[in-house]
Design a protein around this ligand. Structure first.
Ligand code: ADP
Length: 257
């Protein structure tokens, strides 16, 4: 695959054709490399919880009957690891589906979708969540995909912010665009990591991500989904102060709303 087709000293069409071939070949190579590294990441990521499973099962086998503390701790660890694995499976399926399914392009009440997600999440967390959502802001999107984006960003904000922190969720619209902004006062993201956190499986701190049930896939999915619905995602963050993720979506063209 590494060989290039040489561009011959030939009529223009032929050399253009050859350039096109080279370009296609290059894209194929890149795709192939991406798939290869995805598969090797997946097997690595799945091996980690499996090793933990085996270790805790051994502990239970050996000490479970005589030591209730070991038993309880191991069962809790098994429970957490299996939840993480389940989450990873769901996220991998999302990634696979996203490559095969077209997204819908429908008028979605973004305000309502975000309200629902926040209500659902508020129950699982002690962090203060403040909402500042414009009334009935509509965008052209795929409702389920927009919901997933909101879940990923808000879940991350909660997971990387301690109990005394605060999360602010804004939905606003001006003459240019619609913005969905999730700000937290959490641990923040070092500058040198900021461009990498949207890559599959990249985590700034593997231990912290694992402890909170992370998989390293959330933001890569969010980024793909945002692109799917015609938007972009940006990040501003400072270590120790917090992070702001902003999803920029186009306005609905006049005539629709
Ligand atoms: P994970 O499941 O590990 O959270 P993500 O793809 O959602 O995976 O995020 C990638 C990494 O980006 C995380 O491991 C974490 O280091 C960092 N990150 C994401 N969101 C935040 C946030 N709100 N605050 C601080 N760090 C974050």
């Amino acid at each position: 695959l590494k060989k290039r087709i040489p561009v011959p000293e030939a009529p223009r069409e032929l050399s253009e054709l050859s350039l096109t071939f080279n370009h296609l070949l290059h894209q194929l190579e890149e795709q192939f490399e991406r798939e290869k590294s995805f598969v090797s990441n997946v097997s690595h990521e799945l091996r980690t919880p499996l090793t933990a499973f085996k270790g805790h099962l051994k502990l239970i086998n050996r000490w479970g009957k005589s030591n209730p503390v070991v038993l309880e701790q191991s069962i809790q660890a098994l429970d957490e690891e299996s939840k993480r694995m389940e989450r990873m499976m769901i996220q991998m399926l999302t990634l696979a589906r996203n490559e095969h399914f077209e997204s819908k392009n429908e008028r979605v009440n973004l305000t309502v979708v975000i309200e629902r997600v926040v209500m659902q999440m508020q129950n699982d967390s002690n962090v203060e969540i403040i909402r500042n959502l414009g009334n009935n802001i509509f965008g052209m999107a795929d409702e389920e995909q927009f919901r997933q984006i909101a879940v990923i960003l808000i879940e991350n904000a909660i997971r990387y912010t301690d109990e005394h922190g605060k999360i602010t969720i804004v939905l606003e619209k001006d003459n240019e665009e619609i913005r969905f902004i999730v700000t937290d006062t959490g641990i923040g993201i070092p500058v040198q990591d900021q461009h990498k956190i949207f890559d599959r499986f990249y985590r700034v701190d593997k231990d912290r991500s694992r402890q909170t049930g992370g998989t390293g896939l959330g933001l890569s999915i969010a980024k793909e989904l945002v692109h799917n619905i015609g938007g972009t995602i940006t990040l501003v963050s400072k270590t120790g102060f917090g992070s702001t993720f902003t999803v920029h979506l186009p306005l609905i063209k006049s005539g629709y709303s």
